[in-house]
Design a protein around this ligand. Structure first.
Ligand SMILES: Nc1ncnc2c1ncn2[C@@H]1O[C@H](COP(=O)(O)OP(=O)(O)O)[C@@H](O)[C@H]1O
Ligand SMILES: [Mg+2]
Length: 294
């Protein structure tokens, strides 16, 4: 299927479903539970984020969706079929740019199509169409080390989309970028997603990013991760940067922050409870620290 700007596909596929997924790893001879009893879904064409404290199992879940990791119980389904291995129906973007440094931008984007045996002319058409959507056409003959971090990650997204996957799986894709670039990348991604109507499972620990991009957000508990809350983002599309200063946006930030804060405290261990944080504001006073510790 060719993705052309004049003939964009309508999302009828790309339904993801995690059913009671548990993931266990063996570490130093001990079995450790990464996530437990996780169920969620992404409807065709929907943009859904998973958000939660570090170590709660977000990447592990994405790896299950990608087919890199098998759940120890439960199952992950894509369009009703159990995911058991990686496949061209899923595009994956990680935080680290994984472009081939010896290939130009366009050759990087064409790589997956070449593996699939797509003809050179067709490869070029698809790559140039997607590069155009990402505002990168004028850089098609550049090499990755000639690009900024934001541009490299845009090429990574375009490359993941080149084989027309049903779903895009993104694991903190903008985590290595500075905050200004990150905001621009969010706008580019939401624009591309709106045109392509692909299903996206997006992982982040940035609350504003999750709200700006998503139709729905699943908030996870601390390790071992479970789904703590499901939040529908009622903001209209297309999303614009102005929306981030609206009262609706602020209310969502506030409620998700409260949910995450509870979990981050739990993730940091029992000793850092509310009382422990209050202790950080102890006045040392004129006698200095001796007064506090005696
Ligand atoms: N390959 C692995 N072997 C052992 N433990 C792992 C492995 N991958 C992840 N873990 C553990 O599983 C938990 C969840 O990790 P991860 O999915 O990376 O969390 P997150 O992406 O939310 O930060 C962590 O405790 C982590 O140490
Ligand atoms: Mg992670």
């Amino acid at each position: 299927m060719t993705i052309a700007t004049t003939e964009l596909p309508c999302a009828v596929r790309g339904h993801m479903e995690a059913r009671n997924v548990a993931i266990r790893f063996t570490s130093n001879g001990k079995s450790v539970s990464a996530v437990h009893g996780v169920s969620f879904h992404v409807k065709p064409g929907e943009f859904v984020s998973l958000i939660g404290p570090s170590g709660c199992g977000k990447s592990s879940l994405l790896n299950v969706a990608a087919g890199f990791v098998q759940p120890s119980s439960g199952e992950f389904l894509l369009d009703g079929a159990r995911v058991e291995r990686p496949g061209a129906d899923r595009g994956v973007v990680f935080q680290q740019y994984s472009l081939f440094p010896w290939m130009t931008v366009r050759k990087n984007v064409e790589f997956g199509l070449k593996i699939q045996g797509v003809s050179p002319r067709e490869r070029e058409t698809r790559a140039r169409t997607l590069l155009g959507l990402a505002g990168l056409l004028q850089f098609e003959n550049h090499y990755p080390d000639q690009l900024s971090g934001g541009m490299k990650q845009r090429v990574g997204i375009v490359r993941a989309l080149s084989t027309s996957p049903q779903v895009l799986l993104m694991d903190e894709p903008f985590g290595a970028l500075d905050s200004q670039t990150r905001i621009v990348m969010q706008e580019i991604l939401t624009n591309m997603w709106q045109r392509l109507r692909i299903s996206v499972l997006f992982i982040t620990h940035d609350i504003d990013e999750a709200i700006f991009l998503s139709d729905r957000i699943y908030v996870m508990t601390a390790h071992p991760g479970r789904i703590k809350a499901e939040i529908v983002v009622p903001l209209p599309r297309p999303r614009t940067p102005e929306m981030t200063s609206s009262p609706e946006f602020s209310a969502l930030v506030h409620s998700i922050k409260a949910l995450i804060r509870e979990e981050s405290l739990a993730a940091m261990g029992g000793e850092l409870q509310q009382g422990g944080l209050a202790g950080l504001s102890t006045e040392v006073g004129p006698q200095g620290i001796a007064e506090v510790i005696q």
